[in-house]
Design a protein around this ligand. Sequence first.
Ligand code: SF4
Length: 406
Amino acid sequence: MSQYLSEPLPRHRTVAVDVGGVTVGGDAPVVVQSMTNTDTADVDSTVAQVAALHRAGSEIVRITVDRDESAAAVPKIRERLERLGLSVPLVGDFHYIGHKLLADHPACAEALAKYRINPGNVGFREKRDRQFTDIVEMAIRHDKPVRIGVNWGSLDQELLTRLMDENHAKGAPLTAREVTREAIVQSALLSANLAEDVGLPRSRIILSAKVSQVQDLIAVYTELARRSDHALHLGLTEAGMGSKGIVASSAAMGILLQQGIGDTIRVSLTPEPGGDRTREVLVAQELLQTMGFRQFLPVVAACPGCGRTTSTVFQELARAIEDDLRERMPVWREKYPGVEELKVAVMGCIVNGPGESKHADIGISLPGTGESPAAPVFIEGRKAATLRGPDIAAEFRDMLAEYIER
Ligand code: SF4
């Protein structure tokens, strides 16, 4: 037996769900998904953002369906995407009146690949079960899966109150936080049971239980995985802006994925004003790629730079290569299967440059301080050229493209 214990645990077994041609759960790779922030009734903006998210790598895109105008726009959005050649599955995000919108807009119900239901706001008391059942019946009629998406911020208050009272009656063995976690897990599982009782098979149900704290997310999903085999959608809600959101999402989901938990992920980042929505897709891809679960893009290994670095050329080159690869990957992936396995090295000096470059498929070692102004390029471990002069970066990018095309 290996003395190293760093391998991920075997994947938690879940029932596979087909979401408009994309498999979530079972043996399928962990799926990257995202959500628009446009007004869905604004067809042009929504089509543009769905297309941008999908081209960036989002395999499923969720859109808000909050009123008649947005429900009426959904089939138009679907049609426009098809005309662009984009078959990305669209998920409708419903709250409060999903049962009504789906009933009043059958074309919307048909155009969507999945319905997201929040059991915390589908109604109260007897209305809750009836309206929840209405959505499930709609899913059965249209042959669609649902995601039962519990959210910490809109948790079923009746269930929470009942569990709090029960805990109190037993002498409060659990903290309020523990009871809340239990309410989240129960809300998801009870709703899934109800959906199955209505006739929706488990192969049409995905569960999520989003919270905003890393330790709560790990606890809740670990428990969900222990108690069920439903496909699981991971995501930390209200993760925050910038590096805080990225670190929190990566820490929480990284730990769960390492335990084999999670069939699809969304990294929810609060965008900077005017910021690029596709960033959350890139972060999700990078999380899966750096953990070794999936390979989306060639790896560009670049040294961090130090006092031996003579200029910023190598950082700029590394960035330009990453940008080139990301932009050209949709075409290259189709033309050159396996291109995402490529390893490129961009190094700042002779100390580690040639060694790292030889380990890559193609690598360049730029000259550091006191070194001769020459940049050896290695292809598959052998020195293939030595670049000099002001156009080193452009020449290396051409060599990389030629190498891929060859
Ligand atoms: Fe510094 Fe050279 Fe190492 Fe890059 S390869 S970090 S420039 S010593």
